[in-house]
Design a protein around this ligand. Structure first.
Ligand SMILES: Cc1cc2nc3c(=O)[nH]c(=O)nc-3n(C[C@H](O)[C@H](O)[C@H](O)COP(=O)(O)OP(=O)(O)OC[C@H]3O[C@@H](n4cnc5c(N)ncnc54)[C@H](O)[C@@H]3O)c2cc1C
Length: 354
């Protein structure tokens, strides 16, 4: 078989692999992607972007920086693939107490949050939604249709012959000083973007990834008529035609992608305290968020093999973080630019042993 030479091999096409391959395309670097459908966080994700932590009314870590990269990133993909992925969706936070209302009002005055939090407390009742203390409304928030985007991008890659649907076998990788070889492919660099699949990667599985499995329901509620997301102990996200996504659970033990009866029951119980209308469950889905001990992404070069790198640990906020973190990694690899101290995997150097 004839050898194929590329600048990069990319392993995994979730939001991390998508963001990295797009920056490669923009800089005219050649690449090939391997994808084996073993993980699906990016496919099941609700796709929300929201720069406010709704438990504490504080800014999400580096949210403004990330959104500055993310919004144009998705816009460019809309142009490239001729489809719409970014939809503005307001969020209504259900208050649990007067104290929470007061905390909201205080937080609205902070300059980092005032672009997103609306000070007026909404006291009017919303049909079908339970609330004793009203709502706080967030603006400039939205949703990326991640599955549609990835499906369209995969089709585009397939047409360009840039994706192989097969499991990347780590043991077949040969590492030389300036290149890596995998089967008949010779590449200058390899970047791993496997999400929770990282735990099977012998080069990087020393990094402290924790499984944060999440389950979601899709319901049909004909009497519920909202075009914004409700955030309470669960969220209720409108999909159109009275369909809603309800989620999500957090399970720190289960490493499987199966939808479970426990997950379903937890969501049903919580939902009964949020909405009053009848509904029918039409689907259930599950995925594993690639979460890191310190809740920061995993970005950087392997401690020994400098032509091998990782882009992972996007946790619960892959939509906002991926484009920003991919840019960090690209300029680190190509231009020797220093990585943000909080994302570099050097912070876990002590865990690495030969
Ligand atoms: C229920 C749920 C709801 C969520 N909601 C949101 C949300 O509203 N907003 C938000 O920003 N984030 C959300 N997230 C988090 C978000 O999904 C993740 O941060 C993000 O998808 C992680 O992307 P990734 O590319 O790192 O991982 P993944 O999406 O897991 O992608 C990794 C890819 O690598 C492939 N792969 C792995 N190993 C191999 C191998 N050896 N060979 C070939 N391919 C391989 C996998 O098949 C997979 O396609 C949610 C997650 C879940 C589970």
């Amino acid at each position: 078989m004839k050898n194929k030479e590329v600048d990069y091999i990319v392993v995994g096409l979730g939001l991390a692999g998508l963001a990295f391959s797009r920056i490669l395309e923009k800089h005219k670097k050649s690449f090939i992607i391997f994808e084996d459908n073993s993980q699906n966080a990016s496919l099941v994700a609700s796709g929300m972007y929201n720069p406010v932590v709704l438990k504490r009314f504080t800014p999400v870590w580096k949210a403004n920086l990330q959104l500055k990269e993310a919004i144009p990133f998705y816009q460019e993909l809309e142009q490239l693939l001729q489809n719409r992925y970014n939809h503005a969706v307001a969020i209504y936070k259900v208050f649990k107490s007067v104290e929470e209302q007061n905390n909201w009002t205080v937080a609205c005055n902070k300059s980092s949050l005032s672009n997103y939090m609306i000070p007026q407390i909404i006291n009017k009742k919303i049909a079908g939604i339970l609330s004793n203390f009203g709502f706080g409304r967030l603006k400039n928030t939205g949703r990326i249709l991640t599955k549609l985007l990835l499906d369209d991008y995969k089709f585009y890659l397939k047409e360009c012959n840039l994706i192989k649907y097969e499991r990347f076998n780590y043991h077949s990788l040969k590492i030389n000083k300036n290149i890596v070889e995998y089967k008949n492919i010779i590449a200058k660099n390899i970047v791993f973007c496997e999400g929770f699949g990282l735990i099977k990667n012998p080069f990087f599985n020393y990094l402290p990834m924790q499984e944060a499995k999440g389950e979601l329901l899709t319901i049909h509620a004909p009497e519920l008529n909202i075009d914004f997301m409700i955030k309470s102990s669960v969220f209720v996200l409108p999909l159109g035609n009275h369909y809603y996504k309800v989620g999500a659970t957090f399970n720190w033990k289960d490493k499987t992608l199966n939808a479970t009866q426990e997950g379903k029951q937890e969501l049903i119980d919580k939902l009964s305290k949020v909405i009053t209308v009848h509904y029918k469950i039409v689907a259930q889905s599950a995925g594993i968020r690639p979460t890191v001990k310190d809740r920061r992404p995993l970005v950087g070069k392997h401690p020994i093999h400098k032509n091998m790198a990782i882009l992972n640990g996007l946790g619960t906020r892959g939509v906002m973080i991926a484009p920003w973190a991919a840019k960090q990694l690209f300029h680190h690899l190509e231009n020797d630019k220093e990585l943000d101290k909080e994302v570099t995997i050097n912070r876990y150097q002590k865990l690495f042993s030969n």
